[in-house]
Design a protein around this ligand. Structure first.
Ligand code: BMA
Length: 339
């Protein structure tokens, strides 16, 4: 039993490996990473930046599949253990509200979040420029797109797993249409998943060098007794391009645009071959977690070098303690974020 309470279901079959004795950080890697390797299915060269959930005693996921023509779409995957995955041969066939085929021109970086009885897939797509797409499903057979929440340009949208103050709550990262050289995390709310407002600033890049260019939402925030535990990505620039690391913050449970704690160090940064070398080198890009209320165990799924999916582990006690012990917040973190 953990000291910090996780407000989620028990997940006794969560993928897990104990912390190695020589680990120096609160997040450690699965020793057989990457769990999804190149050419995972015919017509798809790479799967990365993908999200998973428990489903019917096993696991289900939505995967960014870079097709052999270079265009990304979202593929459904299944797993008994959360580690070994099989994928549908064809990309998810999204439909509109009338049930007619309605595919975006491309779709990438999907997140998967259940709110009440509905599963939502949120991704980045072309809406006359990079923007957010959303679809819903209750059975993983019919995937119905709903209205796009925002005008371009925006990426990295992540839904909270429950309504807050009676409203659906979504994090996003306004951007440009290219390899955005800026970016803060904002929060928006909606009574119906269609009309979005009550926009708030959550947090921006920091003075810490590992996240001094831009940041963006990662996995769906995890509700704990200390606040919403958020794994996100932070980006720095080098003479050889961006480096993406995983950061951690804790948001106020009732007013999640207020950052209570923000870790001044990264939690995971590219250092393994499969993170440092690939289609885009030096990328650790978290998109999902699994958590077990009984043990406090957390499994983090992250894209590696835009080429693979990796798995890392922590516990809620260990990571919350570390974030709090290393927290530095500034005024724009702590404030409500309304101007
Ligand atoms: C971002 C997104 C991610 C990608 C990252 C590194 O802008 O496009 O999908 O992993 O760049 O290339």
């Amino acid at each position: 039993m953990s000291n910090v309470k996780l407000y989620c279901d028990a997940l006794p079959n969560i993928p897990w490996q104990d912390k190695p004795a020589d680990a120096t950080m609160p997040v450690w890697r699965y020793d057989d990473n990457p769990i999804i390797r190149r050419n995972p299915l015919p017509g798809v060269a790479r799967i990365f930046n993908s999200a998973v959930m428990p489903y019917q005693g096993a696991y289900i996921g939505v995967f960014r599949g870079e097709q052999t023509n270079g265009i990304p779409f979202i593929y459904l995957g299944h797993s008994q253990d959360g580690i070994h995955w099989t994928f549908d041969a064809d990309k998810i066939p999204f439909v509109d509200e009338k049930g007619e085929p309605f595919m975006p021109p491309y779709a990438y970086d999907p997140r998967l979040v259940k709110v009440e009885d509905t599963y939502y897939i949120i991704w980045c797509q072309d809406f006359y420029g990079a923007s957010i797409g959303i679809a819903k499903t209750t059975d993983f057979k019919t995937f119905t797109r709903i209205e796009n929440p925002f005008v371009p340009f925006n990426r990295n949208a992540v839904l909270f797993p429950r309504k807050i103050g009676g409203m659906y709550t979504l994090l996003s990262r306004p951007s440009d249409s290219g390899h955005t050289p800026f970016g803060d995390i904002f929060l928006s709310q909606s009574p119906d998943m269609e009309f979005w407002g009550h926009h708030r600033h959550v947090m921006g890049k920091s003075g810490n060098w590992w996240e001094n260019v831009k940041i963006g939402g990662g996995a769906a925030p995890i509700e704990t007794s200390e606040g919403w535990l958020m794994f996100y990505h932070g980006v720095t620039g080098t003479c050889n391009g961006f480096v993406y690391s995983i950061g951690g913050a804790i948001l106020d449970r009732d007013e999640p645009s207020r950052v209570l704690y923000r870790c001044s160090t990264f939690l995971l940064t590219p250092e393994k071959d499969y993170e440092e070398r690939g289609f885009v080198p030096n990328v650790c890009f978290p998109c999902a977690t699994l958590q077990d209320a009984d043990t406090g165990r957390i499994a983090i799924y992250y894209g590696c070098a835009d080429s693979y999916v990796g798995l890392a582990f922590t516990t809620v006690d260990e990571v919350v303690d570390y974030i709090k012990a290393n927290s530095v917040t500034n005024e724009t973190d702590r404030e409500l974020g309304r101007r």
